[in-house]
Ligand binder design. Structure first.
Ligand SMILES: Cc1ncc(COP(=O)(O)O)c(C=O)c1O
Length: 313
């Protein structure tokens, strides 16, 4: 989807015009993938708008930066209020928010020593991510997620998304809406940009963090919602074929939200319709995000943006 520019981007503490948010081609990040970033949604609500799990996202940005020895000169509070200030200044909701910290222009060579760290935050309008309203038709990718001792999966780092691109492009070329990668041990890992859930016999399963997955904030929200509803939850390594015999399966992610999977490798999941547990969890998730159900877990940060768009029920 083409980017729709907004008025301002936050850069190292200042709001600057969208077109001025530029880096040099010789910046370290361009050559070596040295960035960490976040993706956050701000939802329109019956009155105003709210950012979903802002603190958790900004904490993950700080965690990703720490893993890559990129000390960010901003605190959790400063980064969080920068996001709120930007969204309110641009006045766009619903929107997607993209904070990114990168190694900039200074020295060349793989070692990042001596390169400045720059932080940008942008926000813009964005719609659905995974195609297939009635459920996505997906495949198991021929690409694995990275081995645990290669690229750290818990860091949401730019370089990791080369692997995601391979998974996603292969899926596209073969006519699927997304690919699911196995880890290097052959167990299920995650989609190119989503965590994976399976329902079988009333139990909700997801892959643990040790299977090379990102510690998804939507994943955590879904686990919390499931426990709240008394649905048994198990985090355990899962073989590929558990997907084929699942009653229900779905992706979770900020972009994907809770997105049902209809088939895997052309094998229909359950009876091919959206299952009751997927539906119950998705309705609660979206209900909270859109301000139509109580914010019982304290996930929303209200922002002062007038939104004229209708709130989907
Ligand atoms: C590889 C990968 N896994 C999982 C997720 C889901 O994470 P979250 O729910 O925090 O958006 C994402 C999205 O950021 C991702 O890129």
């Amino acid at each position: 989807m083409p980017i729709q520019p907004t008025a301002k981007i936050w850069h190292n503490g200042n709001l600057i015009p969208w077109d001025k948010a530029q880096i040099h081609v010789m910046s370290h990040v361009v050559h070596y993938g040295s960035s960490v970033f976040e993706g956050i949604r701000c939802y329109a609500q019956p009155e105003g708008a709210a950012i979903f799990r802002l603190t958790e996202h900004m904490q993950r940005l700080l965690d990703s930066a720490k893993i890559y020895r990129m000390p960010l000169p901003y605190s959790l509070e400063q980064l969080s209020s920068a996001v709120v200030g930007l969204v309110e200044s641009n006045g766009i909701a619903p929107c997607y928010i993209r904070p990114i910290a990168l190694r900039g222009y200074g020295e060349m060579g793989v070692s990042p020593k001596g390169t400045p760290i720059e932080v940008f935050i942008a926000n813009y309008s964005w719609g659905k991510y995974v195609v297939g309203e009635d459920g996505a038709d997906v495949c198991i990718s021929s690409w694995n997620r990275m081995a645990p001792n290669t690229l750290p999966a818990l860091a949401k780092a730019g370089g990791n998304y080369l692997n995601s691109q391979l998974i996603r492009m292969e899926a596209d070329i073969n006519g699927y809406s997304e690919g699911i990668a196995l880890d290097v041990f052959g167990n299920l890992s995650e989609g190119s940009g989503e965590n994976l859930f399976v329902v079988r016999n009333g139990v909700l399963y997801t892959t643990p963090l040790a299977n090379s997955v990102l510690s998804g904030i939507t994943r955590d929200a879904v686990l919390t919602i499931a426990r709240h509803f008394g649905i048994p939850v198990v985090e355990q390594p899962m073989p590929r074929e558990l997907l084929y015999i699942a009653d229900e399966a779905f992706f979770t992610g900020t972009a994907a939200e809770v997105h049902p999977i209809r088939s895997v490798d052309r094998i229909t999941i359950g009876d091919g319709s959206i299952g009751p547990i997927s539906k119950q969890i998705s309705e609660e998730f979206l209900g909270i995000a859109h301000g139509l159900r109580p914010d019982r877990f304290g996930w929303l940060t209200q922002v002062n943006v007038n939104t004229s768009q209708p709130v989907p029920a």
